[in-house]
Write a protein that binds this ligand. Structure first.
Ligand code: ADP
Length: 383
C-alpha cells in the first residue's frame, strides 16, 4: 500500500510517500519519495493551490501511473471537536475550515490542500491528523485560562496545545527504550524546532503543555516570543499597534530572531562560542525558560521517568542540550558529555545523561510524517 502524507505549513508544502506491507502496517513502511515546495506566497509560487499542483505533478512522475491508496494530511488545529484522526468528507472539511480563525497562519493552507487533494483524487481515502488531538486529555484546570467563561463559550478561548503527533511518537519510543509500557510512562517531552513546546505526559497521556490557545505560548522559539505578559500587548495597543502588527511582532519578529538577530541554532551557538554577547543572552534566555518548564512539568507528570528531547534543535544541537542540562542539576540530572556529542544525528534514540543521573535524558528523532502515515493507515484499514 502507498500512503501519501501532505504537510502544509504557513509557507511550505512537504510531501512524502511511504510503502507499507499490509501484513505489517505499523512498522513505519519504507519512504519511497519526498519533496518540499518552499517560500509559498513570497516567491514564484503564489499560494498552496499552486504548490499542490507542483506536488501532484512530481508525484505523477515518481509514481508513474500508480495511485496512492490513502492520503494523510497534517492539520494544525483540531479545536475541541477533533480528538483523533478524522476520515475526510465535505462536512469534515467545513468543520476544519471553521477552525481557521483559531490558527490563521497554519490552518487555511491545510484546508486548501485538503480541498485540492479530494478534488484531485476523489476515490482515495483521505485522513486529517491534528497537532492538537494528543492534548485532548489535558485536565480542565490545565486547559482553562483564568478569564471569564464567556470568552471560552463564545470564542473557544482555552489552551489546546500543539506538536501532539510528534510528542506521541517520540514518547512511545522513549517508553520502549526504557522498557516501560506507554500506558505507564510518565515523562517530559520537549519538541524543539522552529516552533518549540514541552509536554508533561502522565501514563501516556498529555497532562500539561506549553503551547496554548495558539502555538505562540510558552518557550522562546525561532521567531515567536513564547510567554510574554499580556499587559505588554495592551500597552502596545495603546501606543497605536494594530492586530496585524502585533501578530507579526509576536510570530515573526520575536524569539531567537529578536534576541540574536538569527533563528538558526547553528549560527547562534557558533556566534556565542565566538564571544557574541547577544547570541549568548538568547541561548541563556531560551535555556532558562525551558529548564523552568521542565522543572514544573516534572511535578505535573508526577515524577518524570525520562526527559526527552526532539525536533531540529533537540536532535542536532549538542551545545544547546549541554547548556540546558547544566541547568537541570537540581533535578538530579547530569550530562554525559561524550554521549551528548554522539547523539547528534543518531537514527535511534540515545541517552545523553550519565548512568547515575536521577532522571535519564533521551534524544529521540521525531518522524511526524511516519506517524501521520501510520495514523492514516490505522483509520483507513488495510485490504
Ligand atoms: P520545524 O519546526 O520548522 O520543523 P525543525 O524541527 O527542522 O523545524 O528545527 C529547526 C531548527 O533546528 C532550527 O533552529 C535549526 O537551526 C535547528 N537545527 C537543524 N539542524 C541543526 C544542527 N545540525 N545543529 C544545530 N541546530 C540545528
Amino acid at each position: 500500500m502507498l500512503v501519501l502524507v501532505l504537510n502544509a505549513g504557513s509557507s511550505s508544502l512537504k510531501y512524502s510517500v511511504r510503502r507499507f506491507d499490509p501484513a505489517q502496517p505499523f512498522t513505519g513502511g519504507v519512504r519511497i519519495a519526498k519533496g518540499i515546495v518552499e517560500q509559498i506566497g513570497a516567491g514564484e509560487v503564489a499560494d498552496h493551490l499552486q504548490a499542490f499542483d507542483i506536488v501532484s505533478g512530481e508525484l505523477a512522475e515518481v509514481l508513474g501511473g500508480r495511485t496512492v491508496d490513502a492520503v494523510g494530511h497534517r492539520v494544525v488545529h483540531g479545536g475541541e471537536r477533533f480528538t483523533g484522526p478524522a476520515l475526510i468528507d465535505n462536512e469534515i472539511i467545513r468543520a476544519i475550515e471553521q477552525l481557521n480563525e483559531l490558527a490563521p497562519l497554519h490552518n487555511p493552507p491545510g484546508v486548501q490542500c485538503l480541498r485540492a487533494a479530494t478534488r484531485a483524487w476523489p476515490k482515495v481515502a483521505q485522513v486529517a491528523v491534528f497537532d492538537t488531538s494528543f492534548h485532548r486529555t489535558l485536565p480542565e484546570p490545565v486547559w482553562r485560562y483564568a478569564l471569564p467563561d464567556e470568552l471560552y463559550r463564545r470564542y473557544g478561548i482555552r489552551r489546546y496545545g500543539f506538536h501532539g503527533t510528534s510528542v506521541d511518537y517520540v514518547g512511545r519510543r522513549a517508553a520502549d527504550l526504557l522498557g516501560v509500557p506507554w500506558e505507564k510512562f510518565d515523562g517530559v517531552i520537549a519538541h524543539l524546532g522552529n516552533g518549540a513546546s514541552v509536554t508533561a505526559v502522565n501514563h501516556g497521556r498529555s497532562v500539561d503543555t506549553s503551547m496554548g490557545f495558539t502555538p505562540l505560548e510558552g518557550l522562546v522559539m525561532g521567531t515567536r516570543s513564547g510567554d510574554v505578559d499580556p499587559g505588554v500587548l495592551v500597552f502596545l495597543l495603546r501606543k497605536g499597534y494594530d492586530a496585524e502588527e502585533l501578530d507579526s511582532l509576536l510570530n515573526r519578529d520575536s524569539g531567537f530572531k529578536a534576541l540574536a538577530g538569527h533563528n538558526d541554532m547553528r549560527v547562534i551557538t557558533e556566534a556565542a562560542a565566538a564571544g557574541n554577547e547577544e547570541a549568548e543572552l538568547a541561548l541563556e534566555t531560551a535555556a532558562h525558560r525551558l529548564a523552568r518548564y521542565i522543572g514544573g512539568y516534572h511535578v505535573a507528570c508526577t515524577g518524570a521517568q525520562a526527559v526527552v528531547l526532539t525536533g531540529g534543535i533537540g536532535e542536532n544541537s549538542a551545545p544547546f542540550r549541554a547548556r540546558l542540562l547544566a541547568k537541570l542539576g537540581p533535578l538530579g540530572i547530569s550530562l554525559d558529555a561524550a554521549a551528548n556529542e554522539d547523539a547528534t544525528g543518531a537514527e535511534e534514540g540515545l541517552r545523553i545523561s550519565t548512568p547515575d543521573s536521577a532522571i535519564p535524558v533521551l534524544v529521540i528523532p521525531t518522524d511526524e510524517e511516519r506517524a501521520i502515515a501510520e495514523a492514516t493507515l490505522a483509520l483507513v484499514g488495510t485490504p
